[in-house]
Design a protein around this ligand. Structure first.
Ligand code: GSH
Length: 204
């Protein structure tokens, strides 16, 4: 088993943190996005969408989509649990993970992809107005997260889960996207300061 990634890119980083939190030893292999290695015929056979991460099993089976990879690893290695245990906890973790992925991370990524010079070759056409349109959505999701973190310690409740991983990676990705958590989001800052201390959070 191996995971193909681009170090520093947010989606592979989510899987890297998940693997570390699970205490698993899975080799990560670098594929250089800025050298267009993801557009090669060989990689396209693994993921026709030409995106990382991809988990490649020993028999050659390829699984892409970060959450699908994490779910597979959780099913093989149930402890420590990061997706929830009871039906209610599983639904709550799913709700928050989707909010953090499809809401927060997605809109931050749009700001990055449509303004950063390093993305000009990958994001065609780059539309700066689209980045601007996404900024209020980032702030909306941060506000919802801040309200929740005023009532609970972690993103999906009273313990650390995959939703915290997605939220941390999203918030770290605000820096290259030239966005900032505002002082109004004090609960987000309190939570971030704690989860950023975890050894997994240091991984890029
Ligand atoms: N939905 C996918 C998204 C994967 C994705 O967008 N990966 C980015 C790196 S963070 C990528 O490979 N980008 C290459 C490109 O945009 O051409 C997942 O959850 O893994």
């Amino acid at each position: 088993m191996k995971i193909i990634e681009q170090p520093g890119a947010p989606n592979p980083r989510r899987v890297k943190l998940f693997v570390a939190e699970k205490g698993l030893e899975i080799p990560f292999e670098t594929l250089e996005l800025n050298k267009a290695e993801h557009l090669s015929e060989e990689f396209t056979k693994l993921n026709p969408l030409q995106r990382v991460p991809v988990l490649v099993l020993d028999d050659g089976t390829a699984i892409s989509e970060s959450v699908a990879i994490c779910r597979y690893l959780e099913d093989l290695n149930p402890e420590p649990n990061l997706f929830g245990i009871s039906p209610l906890e599983r639904a709550t973790v799913e709700m928050w993970n989707r909010r953090m992925e499809l809401g927060l991370l997605f809109h931050i990524a749009q700001c990055f992809r449509h303004t950063h010079p390093a993305m000009a070759a990958m994001e065609k056409p780059q539309i700066p107005e689209w980045a601007e349109a996404n900024k209020p959505r980032v702030m909306q999701y941060l506000g919802v997260l801040d309200d929740a973190l005023g009532k609970q310690v972690y993103v999906a409740g009273d313990r650390y889960t995959i939703a915290d991983i997605t939220a941390l990676v999203a918030i770290d990705f605000m820096k290259p996207a030239r966005l900032q958590v505002s002082d109004a989001h004090a609960n987000v800052k309190r939570w971030y300061d704690e989860v950023a201390q975890r050894p997994s959070s240091k991984l890029r």
